[in-house]
Structure formats: structure tokens, C-alpha cells
Design a protein around this ligand. Structure first.
Ligand code: APR
Length: 252
């Protein structure tokens, strides 16, 4: 099938679908300048894998290194903006209220910044923090963790009990936010069409949503410049980047 035919076929499916789910991964932010996870780590982090840093054990073992990695990623996010792929999804949702559910593995907040409503962020948000442990003083008449004392290069700690703050993202081995995952599973089971954009499909349970949508009878389309683990679950694979393809697919 020529690319134009495939594009035309998927545009037809989009026009006919009452409920569409878009599952996105790091690739949709690549053209905003945000490195993907499976690209080689660059700079200071070249000799680390995300799997070595994005875990609670790594944070407990060396809070400063993990905190610094996230601080550098946060700093980099200050200068990036949503790209035409994010914008195409937000515009479609504005023109067709209630038809499009964005489920993202990304923690960069770019879908939200582009104006997509009600984004289901399965892996949390890099711009938020939360306490590492329950407060040991809570319930003993003390109000629990409140003010955090920031120290250069170290995670801020609760001034009362020393509890450190940690990024409010889901680390490897941690449970995903229950409500977001449940809503994503419901949307995947009910949609007529799922677009899978910019994810290698290597991380579950996010990747499982694609299998669930297919099993429930949805059409599945992968949008990616390279092969992914989800290509064999797709009815159509569109080889290209999200900026190249999403605006052409969604301008209906
Ligand atoms: N447009 C679309 N896709 C792209 C682009 C682009 N411009 N550039 C790269 N890609 C694709 C790559 O081909 C790859 O398939 O994006 C995908 C990125 O895959 P990963 O780096 O594995 O990122 P992701 O799938 O989001 O990882 C899932 O793993 O590390 C954990 O929690 C982290 O959420 C992350 C999860």
C-alpha cells in the first residue's frame, strides 16, 4: 500500500470513529528537542541508563545523583515547547469535544501545554514532587510533612522530619496512578480506533493498552519512524515522525 493510500485509509478511520484513543511516548516530544529514552543518553548521563536512575533504590542509594538527573531534565524542559504533533492533537480535541482521549507515558507536560484536555498521564509529571515516605510524625499531633528545606544539589527535606522530596513520576517497578490507568484501560476497551505515536512499546502496562484495544475490536495504527514492538498489533504502520504525520491525519 502506497503511503498516500495508507494515510487516506487512516484519515477515513479517524473521520468514522466516535471514540479515538491516542497513546503517546517519548517520540512525540522528540521534535521539541526532548531526548527519547532509548536514544543514547547524552552528556553527563551518557554512561547511565534510565533504568539505573529512575528507581526508588537508585534514589535511596544516591539521592543527589538521581535528583541532579531530574533537575537537569527539568531545566531542559524550561526551554522546550509543544510541537506540531502535540498541537494537532489539541486542535482535534477542541473541534471534536469528547471524541479523543490522550494517554501519555511522557512526564514532560507538553500535551497539557499544547491544550489537550484531560490528558491521562500514566507515568506522572516531571514538574511535580512528592514526599518519598509517609511522615513519621503525622498523626502524633504533628501536621505531617509541610515545609521543605532546599539544599544545593540535594533533594529538599521536610524541616520537621527530614523526609526527602522526590519527583512525582512513576519509577521502574512502581505502580501507575490507579485512576489514570483505570480510565486509560476503559478508553482502550471502548474505542473504535487507537493511534500509537512515538513509543517503542517496550514498557508495560502502557503497551498492554494497545493489545487490549485490538482485542476489543478497535483498529490500531502505529505512527513511528522506526519499527516498534507494537507493529505486529497494528492494522496499519505509518512510517514517519509525529510532526510529519499527525497534522495530515488529524486535520479533519
Ligand atoms: N516522531 C515519532 N516517534 C519518534 C520520533 C518522532 N519524531 N523520534 C523517535 N521516535 C520513536 C522511536 O522510534 C521510538 O520507537 O519514539 C520511540 C521512543 O521510544 P522510547 O525511547 O522507548 O520511549 P517510550 O516508548 O516513551 O518509553 C516508555 O519507558 O523509560 C521508560 O518511563 C519511561 O515513559 C517511558 C517508557
Amino acid at each position: 500500500m502506497l503511503p498516500e493510500d495508507a494515510l487516506g485509509q487512516v484519515r477515513g478511520w479517524i473521520a468514522a470513529a466516535a471514540r479515538i484513543v491516542v497513546l503517546t511516548g517519548a517520540g512525540i516530544s522528540a521534535e521539541s528537542g526532548v531526548p527519547t529514552f532509548r536514544d543514547a543518553q547524552t552528556g553527563l548521563w551518557a554512561h547511565f541508563r534510565p533504568e539505573d536512575l529512575a528507581t526508588e533504590d537508585a534514589f535511596r542509594r544516591d539521592p543527589q545523583r538521581v535528583w541532579d538527573w531530574y533537575a537537569e531534565r527539568r531545566e531542559a524542559l524550561r526551554t522546550v515547547r509543544p510541537n506540531a504533533g502535540h498541537a494537532a492533537l489539541a486542535r482535534f480535541a477542541a473541534r471534536h469535544p469528547g471524541r479523543l482521549t490522550v494517554v501519555t507515558q511522557n512526564v514532560d507536560g507538553l500535551h497539557q501545554a499544547a491544550g489537550s484536555p484531560d490528558v491521562l498521564a500514566l507515568h506522572g509529571n516531571l514538574s511535580e514532587d512528592r514526599w518519598l515516605d509517609p511522615c513519621p510524625l503525622a498523626g502524633r499531633g504533628a501536621p505531617g510533612c509541610g515545609a521543605a528545606l532546599a539544599e544545593p544539589g540535594r533533594p529538599p527535606r521536610c524541616v520537621q522530619c527530614g523526609n526527602p522530596l522526590r519527583p512525582a513520576v512513576v519509577w521502574f517497578g512502581e505502580m501507575l496512578p490507579e485512576r489514570a490507568l483505570a480510565r486509560a484501560e476503559q478508553a482502550a476497551a471502548a474505542c473504535e480506533l487507537m493511534l500509537v505515536v512515538g513509543t517503542s512499546g517496550q514498557v508495560w502496562p502502557a503497551a498492554g493498552l494497545v493489545h487490549a484495544a485490538r482485542a476489543a475490536g478497535a483498529r490500531v495504527v502505529v505512527v513511528n519512524p522506526a519499527p516498534t514492538e507494537l507493529d505486529d498489533v497494528a492494522h496499519v504502520v505509518l512510517s514517519g515522525t509525529s510532526v510529519q504525520l499527525l497534522p495530515r491525519l488529524l486535520e479533519t
